[in-house]
Design a protein around this ligand. Structure first.
Ligand code: NAD
Ligand code: DAU
Length: 354
């Protein structure tokens, strides 16, 4: 088959990456999707079981820091577009091990940029390096205001500093070498296949097992939540219709304090698990705050909605309900990802906080 595009998606075995790979493989049979993933603790091929036999899909295990491997892969698979999702993504891990974040998020991104530049140097037309980034690069808001694309960068955790650095390198390759790039900075995602080290899946898993629900500090920090498939639709639009060289903010217009969110989760799960109302709330446990914990993130996604007509499709309560249903129906997936290393991680992180 003659494919119209040969797209490399990095980090396609992770949470957002797997939804993105699935969406592109199913929606665009005329594109060939190559998924490059190192399969760290966060990468899981079980996330892609339903599409791994699709004729337009191919998986390669590899590290974005491996320049020799990339120098072979890009020409071998005639890659003409890259959607770069691979990253170390968990703030708490970045506090314990910042260098791992510098390696993958900074060095890995620059290694990939350099490989794309070398591979495309004869002709950059019709090529695209699309970098997936986060709203955390903008820092922390007080009670008022929103992050726009003009907000100055002010990263405050090793994770967000590494993502901010990678964003700067992507823009530098555009300005210096003419590499065709796009960037998007998204708020907190949630949905199926979310690794249970992050707030929502961790609490779902703990409610199922009637374990304490660790709330950092007073639970007053605010996040702007977006269903992962809405993020993927935004990436699709930006990939096809966004302007080269530009950045788009993506957000849910959906702010929740952590404590209100966890209460809503408890309410819905008590209903679904046919437990007495109030049962799961009793598991809420306030623990030592995250170091440097950003107070509030909130995205202004006006540019994306006005230029490209994007809107979130789901109300949060509905998205949360779909997410809980998925975890209840996929207990085997949850069991696989929470055995082994996860236990050690959990004990280490949460022993320190008690
Ligand atoms: P994730 O941790 O679930 O997945 C990351 C994937 O990258 C994993 O499959 C992992 O194996 C792979 N990976 C890690 N290091 C690699 C390396 N050196 N080489 C190749 N593959 C490697 O992350 P996620 O939550 O799906 O986030 C994906 C991207 O979206 C990240 O860039 C993140 O910064 C960004 N983002 C995430 C959110 C969110 O709420 N999760 C919001 C905004 C932006
Ligand atoms: O804003 C986008 C970012 O959202 C992404 O770039 C990151 O990759 C992603 O991990 C996420 O970062 P957060 O730090 O906001 O997500 P997390 O789920 O770790 O935490 C959400 C909030 O809940 C945060 O205020 C910390 C708090 N929290 C988290 C955990 C894991 C708790 O209170 N208890 C917990 O056990």
């Amino acid at each position: 088959m003659q494919y119209q595009k040969h797209i490399l998606i990095t980090g396609g075995a992770g949470f957002i990456g797997s939804h993105l790979v699935r969406h592109f493989v199913r929606t665009y049979p005329q594109y060939r999707i190559i998924n490059l993933d190192k399969l760290t603790y966060a990468g899981n091929l079980e996330n892609l079981k339903d599409i791994d036999k699709a004729p337009n899909y191919h998986f390669i295990k590899g590290d974005i820091c491996d320049d020799l491997m990339l120098a072979g892969l890009l020409p071998e698979y005639a890659i003409n577009a890259i959607i770069h999702c691979a990253a170390e993504s968990h703030v708490d891990r970045s506090i314990s091990d910042p260098l791992a974040f510098v390696k993958t998020n900074v060095l890995g991104t620059v290694t990939l940029l350099q490989a794309a530049r070398n591979h495309w140097k004869a002709d950059m037309s019709d090529k695209l390096f699309y970098h997936i980034s986060t709203d955390e690069v903008y820092g922390s808001l007080g009670a008022e205001g929103f992050f726009t694309e003009q907000t100055a960068y002010d990263p405050r955790s090793p994770y967000s500093a590494s993502k901010a650095s990678s964003d700067h390198f992507v823009r530098a390759y555009h300005h210096t070498y003419g590499l065709p790039v796009k960037l998007s900075n998204c708020s907190n995602n949630y949905g199926p296949y979310h690794f249970p080290e992050k707030l929502i899946p961790l609490c779902i898993n703990n409610i199922i097992h009637q374990k304490p629900l660790p709330i950092y500090g007073k639970g007053e920090n605010v996040r702007d939540w977006l269903f992962v498939e809405d993020h993927v639709r935004a990436i699709d639009l930006i990939f096809h219709k966004g302007k080269t060289g530009e950045t788009y903010n993506i957000g849910g217009w959906n702010e929740w304090t952590n404590i209100d969110l966890v209460r809503e989760l408890c309410r819905q799960m008590d209903q679904k698990l046919q437990r007495e109302p109030g049962t799961s709330e009793k598991l809420i446990t306030y623990v030592t705050d995250r170091a440097g914990h950003d107070l509030r993130y909130a995205i202004d996604a006006t540019k994306l909605s006005e230029e490209l007509g994007w809107k979130p499709s789901l109300q949060f309560e509905e998205g949360l309900s779909k997410t809980i249903d998925w975890y209840l129906a996929n207990s085997e997936w949850l069991q696989h990802v929470t055995s082994g290393d996860y236990q050690h991680y959990y004990e280490h992180q949460y022993q320190q906080r008690s």
